[in-house]
Design a protein around this ligand. Structure first.
Ligand SMILES: [Zn+2]
Length: 283
């Protein structure tokens, strides 16, 4: 490599992805209410008592249609993002092979290549929205580590890894914990006990809009996953649930925040662990 130009890695930045995500994925809070618990047993919203077979069927069709639209939009976004990242990683200006003596550089470089390979594999095999989200997250992390390899190679220190929004890792970077981030009375000891909402807003890394939603007592724009629940002895229904509510035993994405928090995520994907968990097999 001949030189690191500022902004070289800002190609299709996370901000652009965030704007696109807001356009294509409304988030769980804004999706049509689906199955809600009611005193007579869980039934599709708007029904009272035990839902009839026709109501369940109609509900199921509506959820499936909504899910298919979201899935297609997110798949299109993921394909576009991976194509951009692929272009960046193969950019002749940035191409380099780390020297064998450069252990840290090589580690970052190999990780970036594996993460991008894993992102492509997930995209090819995607079954649900969190798969597609994980594909984008790993592609973005590949760019970050690729940039880190270049910086180290140039004798510079890479920035701290990006901490992503827990509620939807596609939202990008979580707000850094600032002393007064939770409100005017913030964290200063002895001033005031944190309210329950302030505590909830601090519990997980959250982007600005998600943190504000929690502080306002609203549902943040959570990344939805499709799940099947039993609504009566003989019937099940498809529902949207937060991706992190899926049992970790059956979702690598629930366990790793869509690959955002686990450095082993690319290797686990390349070993097929995401498929085995989905199939209910022990990883
Ligand atoms: Zn967020």
């Amino acid at each position: 490599m001949t030189g690191l130009e500022p902004g070289m890695f800002a190609h299709r930045s996370a901000g652009v992805v965030r704007a696109a995500v807001s356009r294509v994925l409304p988030g769980l809070g804004r999706l049509r209410p689906l199955v809600e618990a009611d005193p007579d047993g869980a039934g599709p919203a708007g029904t009272r008592g035990r839902p009839g077979r026709a109501a369940l069927r109609e509900h199921e069709q509506r959820v499936t249609r909504e899910w298919e639209v979201l899935r297609e939009r997110l798949a299109s976004l993921a394909r576009e993002r991976l194509a951009d990242v692929g272009d960046l990683l193969s950019d002749a200006r940035l191409e380099f092979t780390p020297d064998t003596a450069e252990t840290a550089v090589r580690r970052d470089y190999v990780w970036a290549m594996e993460a991008f390979q894993a992102a492509g594999k997930i995209l090819d095999e995607a079954a649900d929205l969190p798969d597609l989200a994980a594909s984008v997250v790993l592609a973005d992390r590949a760019v970050e580590r690729f940039a880190a390899a270049h910086l180290r190679h140039a004798g510079r220190r890479p920035p701290a890894p990006v901490v992503r929004c827990f509620y939807n890792p596609l939202h990008g970077e979580a707000e850094r914990d600032r002393p007064n981030a939770a409100g005017p009375h913030g964290k200063r000891r002895g001033q005031r006990t944190q309210s329950a909402r302030e505590a909830a807003a601090r519990r997980r890394p959250a982007c600005g809009p998600c943190r504000l939603a929690i502080l306002a007592g609203q549902t943040p724009d959570v990344l939805p996953a499709l799940s099947t629940v039993r609504v009566s002895r003989h019937h099940t229904a498809k529902v949207f649930v937060p991706y992190y509510a899926v049992p970790q035993a059956s979702s690598l994405w629930s366990a790793t925040c869509c690959g955002a928090v686990d450095d082993d995520a690319p290797a686990r994907v390349l070993r097929g662990e995401h498929r085995r968990r989905r199939a209910g097999m022990t990883p």
